[in-house]
Design a protein around this ligand. Sequence first.
Ligand code: FMN
Length: 382
Amino acid sequence: MQIRRCAVLFVEPREDLDVDWASLFAGQGAIAATIQWIALAPHLGDEVSVDAAQLAALGAISLTLWQDRVACEAQFGAATITHLLDLGLLLSDAPEGAALRERDEVLRSQHWRPLSATIHMFSRWADMRVDKGMQFPSFEELVENYGTPPGPTIDRRSDGQSIALPQPERARLDDTLFQRYTGRNFDPQAVLPLATASRLLQRAFGSQGEREMAPDAFVLKKLSPSAGGLHPTEVYVLAQRVEGLEPGLYHYQPVRHALEPLSGMTTAQTEELALRMVADQDWFQPAPMMVVLVSRVERNFWKYRNHAKAYRALLLDAGHLSQTFYLLATEAGMPAFVTAAVNEIDIERALGLDPLKDMVIAVCGCGPASGAQNTVEMRYEP
Ligand SMILES: Cc1cc2nc3c(=O)[nH]c(=O)nc-3n(C[C@H](O)[C@H](O)[C@H](O)COP(=O)(O)O)c2cc1C
């Protein structure tokens, strides 16, 4: 049997602090620190603990060349090699190793930058809820715990010198820019007219033209910028109450300007999924249409292979799309939202996506406002 190491592996000496009651009663230091090696291998998706002997083997076995298992066992011990194979940090060419080997092959085939793959895979949430843990503290709680925040602006000249700029003239974009705000009080009864949804999807995410840059190498023209012109961000729609659309999940096809139905749902199911997607932020749930932004990494990494900036570019791309989405919603007289506090793992399951290939980045949504002010909003007040 031949074995090799997984393609990407980072190891963290993780420290856990605990009150050591025995030491406390013995009159010694009361805090005990335990340090263990945590292996972060993106193809696994879950972190695993390894010991020093396993770490030594991982540091000496090639990730490229296949080596004889028996020789490795002679060098590092049979138990160490077997355990690493069971964990999936070492891979074998044997049939029983096929599933883990295949995950590693998927990772290799996408041309991820190793650190980017690790950040992505280990920053995803499953079943996170606003009331769980300290993920969503209020401003009051933050100030109580951390003191006041660093000020909203800085000056870089200690002598106070600065050149005053003329006030901008009012111009056409102003109406939309000044009306834009993040909605947190959506009308739970409102139905989004199909024409509104359609314009929003087409202008925010649709193709305005196709160009062949080289034989069989196509790019799309869209109304937001995209790194390398590649537009790798796919758009999935959760329709809760959109005129003429059955409630459920759809994929937006930007060239055909069409929705591909993926799964039909009851209204109760879309409500449950909407809430789960945005980590129980119930102020977003009633939005009649939500849009999930998902990067098809292979498309960007085709050009930006193993590239230090590629991951950042994908996040920036999604940010531009969300702002365009906000402005179109505003133009249509509706608030919108974007959130990165999303349960990526639940969304991947609902959409049947592999996180090594399709990176869930954010969820946007929009809909008519209810007129209530149950949750805080930041509207421009002249
Ligand atoms: C990347 C990003 C993530 C955000 N995540 C959340 C979120 O999780 N929950 C939320 O209520 N608002 C979220 N927002 C909205 C911001 O809170 C909002 O933009 C900010 O308070 C300013 O208000 P405005 O958009 O009305 O001007 C997010 C905005 C951005 C750009």
